[in-house]
Every structure is written in C-alpha cells, then in structure tokens.
Design a protein around this ligand. Structure first.
Ligand code: XMP
Ligand code: MG
Length: 185
C-alpha cells in the first residue's frame, strides 16, 4: 500500500505520534514510581500490544522482564463474548511476581477481565493492567485498570499495533478508518 492508498483509507488521525510518545513517558513515570524496588514482569497481549510494549519497556527505568500471551475471544462479529481461548500462554511462572498486563485497547472489558482472573489464579504478588486506549463501553465492566493512556470515542481505531484485517498495525499513530474500508459509504 502506498501513501496515497493509506491516506484514502484513514478518516482521521485521532492520536498523533507525538501525543502517543508523550503519554507513554507519562505512564512509564507512574509505573517507575509505583514499582520502585520491586521486580516487575510486564506481559504484553499479542498482537495489538506489541508497539506499546516496545515503547513502554524502553521508557521504564525499573528493571523489567517481558513476557507475552496471545488470546482470542469468541463472539459474533466484532464484539467479544467473554469466552476466551489461550493461544499462547506465558513462559514465566508468575507466582509471587508483580505482574503488569499491557493491552492496546479495552472495549467491552471482557477479554481483560477474563485474563486478569486467569492470572490471579496463579497467585502473583500483584496483577495490574495498563491499557493504552479505553472505549466508553468499558465502564460497564467492573474491572480496575490502574493505568490508562487515552479515553477515546466508540469508533474503530487502527495503528500503533491495532489492526483492521491485520493491516495498519505499523502506523506510528492512532487513526480512525474511513467507512468505505469496512463496507460503509
Ligand atoms: P474487549 O471487548 O473484550 O475487546 O474489551 C478488546 C479487544 O477487542 C479488539 N478491539 C479493537 N481492535 N480496533 C482494533 O483494532 C478497535 O477499535 C478495537 N476495539 C476492540 C482488540 O483486539 C482488543 O484487544
Ligand atoms: Mg485485533
């Protein structure tokens, strides 16, 4: 895809590269303060969290280990159902570890609420969540998200790890898709 195609597919830039990077530094500062003197394991949820994990990990000063999980949530169409399948589990035993789950976006919150329960059953010292983006529906789920980058409107977003049909993950900013891309006007 060339730049012109990319331009036509995007309806607008919601969060610029500069805004993303500034927010990640801010989140890293909070995490550094909260985990000072602790041994932290950050867990990225594949594939969407790849970009935020890479940037957040480099912005942190506390020593961290990194691990990854891949999950798929079943559901009709684009909505998640809360029924989650683990496609790739952690390589790390998290018993007595401080775990911070890093996620790209919380929509219904069902995926993360399942994931947090699953991790808590492994007896970590603590388990918290850092999500770059949060959509309005997330308020309906009683899930405590300690670190949130941006609250965004209920629109489908792409870029910086987020995809539409596996495309656009490599954009350095967050954008919204033009309706013609997903079959609208
Ligand atoms: P729930 O509803 O369980 O789902 O919180 C979270 C997962 O849904 C995906 N998701 C999106 N992916 N643009 C995307 O590329 C979006 O606007 C969007 N909204 C939700 C995402 O995989 C996330 O982990
Ligand atoms: Mg996705």
């Amino acid at each position: 895809m060339d730049a012109a195609d990319m331009g036509r597919d995007l309806s607008n830039v919601l969060i610029s590269e500069d805004e993303l990077q500034a927010k990640i530094k801010e989140l890293a500062g909070q995490i550094d303060a909260d985990y000072a003197g602790k041994d932290l394991l950050i867990v990225g949820v594949l594939k969407g969290a790849v970009m935020i994990m890479a940037d957040l990990a480099r912005a942190l000063h506390v020593p961290v280990q990194m691990d990854w999980m891949a999950v798929s949530s079943y559901g009709a169409g684009t909505k998640s159902s809360g029924v989650v399948r683990v496609l790739k589990d952690l390589d790390t035993d998290i018993a007595n570890r401080h775990v911070l789950v890093v996620e790209d976006i919380i929509d219904s919150g069902l995926t993360l609420s399942w994931l947090l329960n699953n991790l808590q059953s492994r007896n970590p010292a603590s388990a918290e969540i850092c999500a770059l983006l949060r959509k309005p529906d997330a308020v309906k789920v009683p899930i405590d998200v300690k670190y949130v980058g941006f609250d965004i409107p209920n629109e489908f977003v792409i870029g910086y790890g987020l995809d539409y049909a596996e495309r656009y993950r490599n954009l350095p900013f967050i954008g919204t898709l033009a309706p013609h891309v997903y079959g609208g006007e």
